[in-house]
Design a protein around this ligand. Structure first.
Ligand SMILES: Cc1cc2nc3c(=O)[nH]c(=O)nc-3n(C[C@H](O)[C@H](O)[C@H](O)COP(=O)(O)OP(=O)(O)OC[C@H]3O[C@@H](n4cnc5c(N)ncnc54)[C@H](O)[C@@H]3O)c2cc1C
Length: 345
């Protein structure tokens, strides 16, 4: 019997990685993507943690290098009034614009014989043989706040570390050196329900308070306005895959707070965890409910601890009273630096 085809809804990182993994098993795969490639995405563009091993196992590390990815080996945190010197990361990260990354993955998926349908928003039901890789689920409000993200590429940024995180009472902004000598300026912010839509003032939000370290870094920056993008309706509450009624992966299961720089990794990892159960279903060796249950269980086992630590870390970082103390701790305690990094990845 020929293998049964699999449909993936959403051609972001989880969908494209899974598509590549399944094509390596010669499973027929179609991906429906609402947008088209290449395109900018709101993302810190900093890939850290175990997802890098997934990329290596799927033979995708070389593709990163070919596409111009740069390595990040140190990071530093700043508040409006406190700074720390760059500190080595416990393990290096790789940084690549989503403009290049998603496009390269899409090309690789097609090269392996996958069918990729762009500009097609799936509106049908999800059922047997269909996997949801549609990214974050819309959450308009959480505990009286709305989360939104902004990003823009910039040149002439005087950052001192490969990754700089600037925290403020409203949220945080990451400056990450990516391919092509560009710095990705990406922030996560919250606003109280009923407040004015501050995302309209992106320059002001991304540049921080006048005189702050962030403002100084971006004083002479020139922005690639075409790269600007925004996203709203984010949820920071961890969810379990086993409670989702559908087979889903990546942010469609749950979002990890972006401060960890691990959402992309979880998208790659969840895709890898799904390849073998889906291939078995496609070959007629297991039922769809069994494959779905196995995938959900694998994902929950892999991510539960990370999500719990990330929730705690994000809350602490966003508490104005704790921000300076956390930066002091990050600057002076190797144990704290290493634990916060490793437990959230
Ligand atoms: C502010 C911010 C900063 C971040 N920084 C980082 C970072 O530095 N490092 C990191 O690792 N992670 C970061 N992340 C998280 C990371 O971007 C996500 O975890 C990752 O993109 C998830 O991949 P995904 O494939 O699940 O979803 P996506 O990459 O969002 O892909 C989903 C795709 O599905 C498509 N789609 C949706 N609905 C449909 C439909 N009905 N039909 C067809 N297509 C559809 C969308 O167009 C999209 O292309 C950040 C996130 C935010 C918000």
């Amino acid at each position: 019997m020929p293998p049964k085809p699999i449909t993936l809804v959403g051609g972001g990182l989880a969908g494209l990685t899974l598509g590549i993994g399944l094509r390596r098993h010669e499973i027929p795969v179609t991906i429906f993507e609402a947008g088209q490639y290449p395109r900018h995405r709101v993302c810190g563009e900093f890939v850290s943690g175990r997802g890098q091993e997934t990329l290596a196992r799927l033979g995708l590390r070389e593709m990163f290098e070919r596409t111009g990815a740069v390595s990040a080996s140190n990071a530093a945190f700043f508040s409006q009034t406190k700074s720390m010197p760059p500190r080595p990361l416990p393990s290096p990260a790789i940084c690549l614009s989503r403009f290049n990354l998603d496009h390269a993955l899409a090309r690789e998926f097609r090269r392996l014989g996958g069918e990729l349908v762009e500009n097609h928003r799936w509106q049908k039901e999800f059922g047997e043989g269909i996997v949801r890789t549609t990214g974050r689920r819309l959450q308009t409000e959480e505990h009286g706040s709305r989360w939104f993200g902004l990003k823009v590429h910039a040149r002439n940024v005087t950052s001192t570390a490969d990754l700089e995180m600037h925290v403020s009472p409203r949220g945080y902004v990451g400056l990450c050196r990516v391919n092509g000598g560009v710095v990705n300026v990406c922030g996560l912010f919250r606003r109280r329900t009923g407040e004015e839509d501050a995302s309209l003032h992106w320059h002001k939000l991304l540049c921080g308070q006048p005189g702050s370290p962030l403002d100084q870094r971006l004083a002479n920056a020139t922005y690639d306005e075409d790269s600007f993008c925004a996203v709203a309706g984010l949820s920071m509450e961890p969810q379990r895959a086993e409670t989702r009624g559908e087979c889903c992966l990546g942010d469609a299961i749950t979002m990890i707070p972006p401060v960890t720089g691990n959402g992309m990794s979880m998208a790659f990892e969840s895709a890898e965890l799904a390849v073998e159960p889906l291939a078995a279903w496609s070959r007629g060796e297991s039922s769809w409910p069994d494959a779905q249950q196995q995938i959900a269980h694998r994902c929950d086992t892999a991510f539960a601890r990370r999500l719990a630590w990330a929730k705690w870390l994000q809350r602490a970082i966003l508490a104005p009273a704790l921000q300076n103390s956390l930066i002091t701790l990050a600057a002076h305690s190797e144990w704290f630096w290493r634990t916060a990094f490793e437990r959230t990845r």
